[in-house]
Design a protein around this ligand. Sequence first.
Ligand code: AP5
Length: 222
Amino acid sequence: RKPEPLKIMISGAPASGKGTQCELITKKYGLVHIAAGDLLRAEVAAGSENGRRAKEYMEKGKLVPNEIVVMMVKERLLQSDSQENGWLLDGYPRSLSQATALKELGFQPDLFILLEVPEEILVERVVGRRLDPVTGRIYHLKYSPPETEEIATRLTQRFDDTEDKVKLRLCTHHQNVESVLSMYEDIMVKVNGNVSKEDVFAQIDSALTKLLEEKNATLKSV
Ligand code: AP5
């Protein structure tokens, strides 16, 4: 019998490195990456009514209302690939009400990863971040520069990646973070996010390896 697929949440302040680590985690563990921010940006790009409303909140660094976000994430979690391969939920839940809604729907993670990065580092990370629209990869002009000139010329910047806007996003983060953390205290692993991305991943990788071993051991003992 195969063990149940992994169900992981990753959390941390804006630009703490969630998306970067999710690229590395999915590459090794094959989980389905579900990022609330990416789902919302896709809706904005599609020009839907929900996207138009969501953008108003995102531009102010505020949480998008639950009636838009909760359904979006729930539908993605219920798709067969997430059920079969396991999921990696990024940037969700971000409030007590989202955490409660998820629990009521029966989505309980095995592990909650918290990336810890000092606040003074975050603004520089946001301002230097660039995205490759072709591959979806995340770059940083200083810490993770593009590999080729061709990639460099096509990089884009997110509309909420300015110094002013990240300060608003940080403020929203501080208002909500404690209530979310309190829901997952017993399965939380705190990771130092202020080292190179490879060294951050090494910490996460060891927590996930341990978790898989525990799951396999439980399976053998039943
Ligand atoms: P979202 O897209 O989730 O943004 P965020 O939480 O602010 O996080 P980021 O995507 O900015 O950062 P990250 O932690 O992924 O960092 P990254 O790896 O890119 O949300 C955007 C908006 O959508 C919200 O403001 C809200 O309005 C709305 N929203 C989202 N979820 C919602 C929800 N649940 N409910 C309601 N509304 C919601 O790294 C950042 C930079 O640092 C990159 O350039 C990277 O190359 C660099 N970097 C990464 N790791 C390292 C390292 N170890 N060393 C040096 N540089 C590094």
